[in-house]
Design a protein around this ligand. Structure first.
Ligand SMILES: [Zn+2]
Ligand SMILES: [Zn+2]
Length: 378
């Protein structure tokens, strides 16, 4: 009797699915097809929750449902397609939502991470515009090119990063988006110079990543801003020097930042909340003429209000996907730093759940003391 190779078997497994806007999140049984020639099928070990998952249940960035949620996670390769050469069964990998071909105009530039060959998959489908996931014959979409809150997922081999198998899976899961996005924004997108002053809007995992990135780049003043007082303590662990709770004052946040930075504002500010009204504030909080605001937070609004004078007075507003990190060359450095415990990543884990407790997890993320909820997948 011949044994059917793994790469031809469909796997039935559980995944956290959103069936449509307003329909919440339910754990459903889905079918995961074998990987095609250039793909790998991954058995997830750990996943975590990031704000784009919540946005996805509200129809952002696409309105294709059902959708298998999750874009942060780490797993073990279960099977590989025929043409995959650089990865093998048993490798520990992080699914990524942007690739790095290392050859295109953007990959050879040190100004951007937005690979033209393996771009962000805004439609929630694989590069060939199909999906390996289905429910009762109906196509299931991904969050970008990931679907990490599923026991098994399929990624194109160009959208995964192989990591050291000894890395803590909880830590590996959240360096695949939020934390790294913040760290990258300070390191690669802003390229903060030593001695700079910095303001960080929102001290979740993304904001805390910015804080430690700014600290490692040599920033001397790092102002953390959050409406949750508990984030002050967390912020200090990662490196904030000052804290603003906007709820304590009637003044605009930009003014409060200026009061802490010689009336001039900061060199760099980072908008990590996705709250649209904070965009102008984050820009206004920077120095006239030279200040730079980096937008990383993702809300659900597709157009954002911007004050004319905030931008007119010589400031720069820069958007960023994944903090400007190149998915292989830069993310592997972040993973290595995580492995060597150069970041206090354990401080980010505030809760752990199993996949079937996903709704509890989605409630936990609303709590003021929550930073990261880790989902143990196996
Ligand atoms: Zn994310
Ligand atoms: Zn490229």
């Amino acid at each position: 009797m011949s044994i059917m190779p793994k790469t031809s078997q469909v796997i039935r497994c559980k995944a956290a699915i959103c069936l449509g806007i307003g329909k919440g999140v339910t754990v459903e049984e889905i079918e995961v097809d074998p990987p095609k020639a250039t793909e790998v099928r991954v058995k997830m070990l750990c996943a975590s929750i990031c704000s784009t998952d919540i946005s996805s249940t509200k129809g952002f960035p696409h309105t294709n449902f059902p959708i298998a949620l999750g874009h942060e996670g780490v797993g073990v390769i279960e099977s590989v397609g025929d043409e995959v050469r650089n990865l093998k069964e048993g490798d520990v990998v992080i699914p990524t939502y942007i690739g790095e071909c290392q050859e295109c105009e953007n990959c050879v530039s040190d100004k951007t991470n937005l690979c033209l060959t393996y771009p962000v998959r805004w439609t929630g489908l694989m590069p060939d515009n199909t999906s390996r996931m289905s429910m009762g014959g109906q196509r299931v979409y991904h969050v970008l090119s990931c679907a990490t809150w599923s026991e098994y997922t399929v990624s194109d081999a160009n959208y995964v990063l192989k990591v050291d198998p000894t890395i803590d899976p909880a830590h590996a899961s959240f360096i695949s988006c939020g934390f790294s996005t913040g760290f990258g924004a300070a390191w690669k997108e802003a390229k903060i110079e030593s001695g700079s002053t910095v303001a960080v809007f929102g001290l979740g995992a993304v904001g805390l990543g910015v804080v430690i990135g700014a600290k490692m780049q040599g920033a001397t003043k790092i102002i953390g801003i959050d409406i949750n007082e508990k984030k002050k303590e967390k912020g200090r662990v990662f490196g904030i020097t000052d804290f603003i709770n906007p709820g304590d004052s009637d003044k605009p946040i930009s003014e409060l930042v200026k009061e802490l930075s010689d009336g001039m504002g900061v060199d760099y500010s980072f908008e990590c909340t996705g709250v649209s009204t904070l965009l102008s504030e984050s820009l206004e909080a920077t120095k006239m003429g030279t200040g730079k605001a980096i937008v990383i937070g993702v809300g659900t609004e597709l157009t954002l209000p911007l004050g004319l004078f905030a931008i007119l007075l010589g400031r720069t507003l820069k958007g960023s996907v994944f903090g400007g990190l190149k998915a292989i060359s830069d993310l592997s450095i972040v993973a290595d730093k995580g492995l060597k415990k150069e970041f206090p990543l354990e401080e980010l884990v505030t809760h752990e759940v199993t996949l079937k407790e996903i709704n509890k997890a989605l409630e936990l993320v609303k709590q003021p003391n929550c930073v990261k909820v880790v989902i143990n997948m196996s």
